[in-house]
Each structure stands twice: as C-alpha cells, then as structure tokens.
Design a protein around this ligand. Structure first.
Ligand code: ADP
Ligand code: ASP
Ligand code: MG
Length: 404
C-alpha cells in the first residue's frame, strides 16, 4: 500500500465533467489499495476572475483582504470533488488549509508554509476516505488566511507529501509532463523523461510555470519524488528527481521564458561605495524580488544601475526607488515593461564550454539585441525586447537541437 498525493490544476477541474473524471481516477487508485490525498486548484480562470474583481475595486489590492478573496476558488473545487467521489460510491472528506493547519508566515499573497499537522489526515485516510485539500491557501499564527502565490497549489501538494511522508507526489496538468520548452509555444518541443531537482528549479524560476518554484525547492529539500503527468491520458510523465549521471551528458535540457518582469534603470548615479545598498536594501525589505542587476561602466564618476522586478510590483518598487534616486543625486529613473527574459538551462553547462557563445551567436543571426545577462552554474538568462520573445525561444530551442 502506498500513500500518494495527487494534485489537479485548474484546467483539470475546469468543468463539472472534468471534476467527475478526476473523481474516477482517484477512486480507481484507491481501489488498488493505496491511500490517496488530493490537492485541487480553483476551476480554470476562477482565480483570475477574483483577481480582476479586486482590481475593479482598488488599484493596489493587497494584503489580508486580497487573500480572503482569492482563496475562495479552491473552496468550491474541494467540495465539488468530494461530492463527486461520494456520488460514485466512494468516501471523501474536504479540508480548507486552516482545517489541516497549513501554517504559514504572514507574507500575504506569497506566504511560505512553516508546518502542517498530518494527524487528522492520517486518521481520515485510515477510515478509508479520500482526503481532498484546498491548494494555494494557509493560515498564519494570528488565524488570518494567507495564499502562497500564483500556482501555489503545487507547493501545497509537495508540502503535504513531505509532511505525510508520502511515497510520491503527482502533479496532474494539461500537458504530458515537463517539456524542453513550453509545448504551447513550440509544438515540436520534446517531453523530458527525467529531470534533476536543480534543473527543474532553474526552469521554474525562469518562467516554466508547469511547477511553482517553491514546490520544487521543497521537493528537493525533503527528497519528495515528484511526477508531472497529464490528467486526460495515461502517458508516462516526467519524474523530477535526484541528479543522475547521464543527465549531465545533455548540453542543454530546456529553454524557458518569462514575460512578467519589468526593468528599472536609475541613470547617472554617483559611483560611490554604498549606493547599491541604499537602493536595494529598502526594496528587499519591502519583500520585492529583484532578479537581474546590471551596473554599467561609469563615466565621470557616474554609473547606471539597471535591474528587473516582477511587473506586478513595479509601482510599489518605484514608490521606494524614486525618492532614493533623488536623494542620492541620480539624474532620472526610467522604466520599461516591454521586456522578456529567455533562459537556457542544463546540468551539462558545468562540463561543456561555449554554450553562452552559441546562445549569443544564435540571437545575433536574427538581430536580437541582448539588454541584460545573468548566469548561474547551470543557467544563462538574457533580457530582450518582448516583441522578439517567441522568435528567440524557437531559434534557441532549434540551435540546441532540443525538438522532436
Ligand atoms: P495547472 O493549471 O495544471 O497548474 P499551469 O498552467 O500552471 O497548469 O501549468 C501548465 C502549463 O505550463 C502548460 O499548459 C504549458 O503551457 C506551461 N509550460 C511552460 N513551460 C513548460 C514546460 N517546459 N513544460 C511543460 N509545460 C510548460
Ligand atoms: N488557483 C491558484 C492560481 O490560479 C493556485 C493554483 O492554481 O495553483 O494561481
Ligand atoms: Mg500551475
């Protein structure tokens, strides 16, 4: 007997018929003798609808009330799925995050899970029930509802799998697994059979939304075997697992992209020690994730500091940066939202030279200008004009021979 956590994303529970299909799959697994915990997202489009409502009321919906609103979508699906299972003769019980004590910190809309109490879930499983848990939500120490950031149900599932010591965590979605790039953008992208936690983490951090970043971090930390599979067929998926020898033989494993960053350039900053910390410390204290940073070579004692932040946090960032820029004597602050990030990822970069050179050559052949660059041991990311995004992803995917 295995204990399995199965997570179904928004498109997998987007209609009543699909919820019934999920109920069938779950019952079938239980009938094989396994214990099954299910995590569900809100129905496709529902969280976006709720976010839209909040924006119709205020320009900057945030904090406690935002989380109370956007966490409601999952309450609907846990109930519908439990009813569907019961209606088919199975036993099921639904739980909201706070009912199984998914305790988080207080960072509304990007809360981190601190602990989960597994006792109640084990009890219900012991009584032969399928346990259905709402993804994406938790509760802080004061009893306030919190949410884990967009795509957060993946993290709920992995956290539950770790807390319950499940044998596997399966993420069911609308594609067959993790591909060499987004199969909805590049139809000849290839499914990857096995990928290391580190590569998957870089793919997720650079925009491959098939798994939320924190779910991969947590899977790696607690060594939870993670499989990404399709809800609508029985094809084998992608196993996210520990590094294996042959993974390093792939020069590049995948190409990912991100349209959600904005660029802030602080022009003609006096080139003195301490200036960068004057800008970045308050930004990080506001819990804003700065991604790329470039400091141009200074002329006449001045320098340009350019960095990227999530588009959704641009206004908040400017509120912090503009007064500081003024105070330190910078000439001006410029912003751009028409940028995109493209990244190539692969463990093979550790041992193969020339990947960056090939990336830049490929882009140059199509006259795509690189605005910013950042690298890690197994990743190269660049910022380009958003209008070249699709072209860049396709030519890089072809240049590294990743397709079918
Ligand atoms: P869910 O609602 O099930 O959580 P998501 O929309 O969050 O699903 O994630 C699945 C989507 O991720 C796919 O439809 C695909 O367009 C996108 N995606 C981006 N990059 C990749 C990739 N490398 N492999 C697979 N899917 C990817
Ligand atoms: N419903 C939430 C979202 O749309 C969480 C999730 O789907 O994982 O972001
Ligand atoms: Mg998702």
């Amino acid at each position: 007997m295995a204990l399995v956590v199965k997570k179904f994303g928004g498109t997998s529970v987007g209609t009543v018929e699909k919820i019934q299909l999920v109920a069938q799959r779950v019952i079938a697994q239980q009938q094989q003798g396994d214990q099954v915990v299910v995590v569900v997202s809100a129905m496709a489009g529902e969280t976006n609808r709720l976010v839209g409502l909040s924006h119709a009321i205020t320009k900057t919906p945030e904090g406690r009330e935002y989380d109370v609103l956007v966490s409601t979508g999952e309450q609907v699906t846990i109930s519908l799925l439990s009813l569907a299972i019961q209606n088919m003769g199975g036993k099921a019980i639904s739980f909201l995050g706070h009912q199984v004590k998914i305790l988080t910190d207080e960072a509304h809309s990007k809360a981190r899970i601190l602990s989960i109490e597994g006792e109640r879930i084990h009890q219900e499983l012991g009584q032969g029930k399928v346990v259905v848990v709402a993804g994406f939500q938790g509760v802080d120490r004061q009893g306030n509802l919190t949410t884990l950031g967009r795509g957060g149900s993946d993290t709920t599932a992995v956290a539950l799998a770790a807390a319950l010591k499940a044998d596997i965590c399966e993420i069911f979605t609308d594609v067959d697994g993790v591909y060499t790039t987004d199969p909805n953008m590049v139809p000849h992208a290839k499914k990857i059979d096995r990928i290391s936690y580190d590569e998957m983490l870089e793919m997720a951090s650079t925009g491959a939304k098939v798994l939320q970043i924190r779910s991969v971090e947590m899977a790696a930390k607690y060594q939870v075997p993670l499989e990404v599979r399709c809800t609508f067929n029985d094809n084998p998926g992608t196993l996210v697992t520990q590094e294996e020898a042959q993974m390093e033989s792939r020069m590049v494993t995948g190409v990912s992209y991100d349209r959600n960053e904005a660029k802030i350039a602080v022009r003609e900053v006096p080139d003195k020690p301490g200036i960068a910390s004057k800008i970045f410390t308050p930004v990080s204290e506001a819990n804003i994730n700065v991604d790329m940073i470039v400091q141009n070579v200074s002329s006449k004692g001045h320098t340009d500091l350019t960095f990227t932040v999530p588009k959704s946090e641009l206004q908040q960032s400017l509120k912090i940066v503009e007064p500081i820029a003024k105070a330190i004597g910078a000439k001006q602050v410029e912003t751009s939202t028409e940028i995109a990030k493209v990244s190539v990822i692969g463990l093979g970069m550790r041992s193969h030279a020339g990947i960056a050179a090939k990336m830049f050559e490929t882009l140059a052949q199509d006259n795509i200008n690189v605005q910013m660059i950042s690298t890690s041991e197994i990743k190269i990311s660049i910022i380009i004009d958003e209008k070249y995004l699709e072209l860049a992803v396709r030519i890089l995917h072809d240049a590294f021979e990743l397709g079918n």
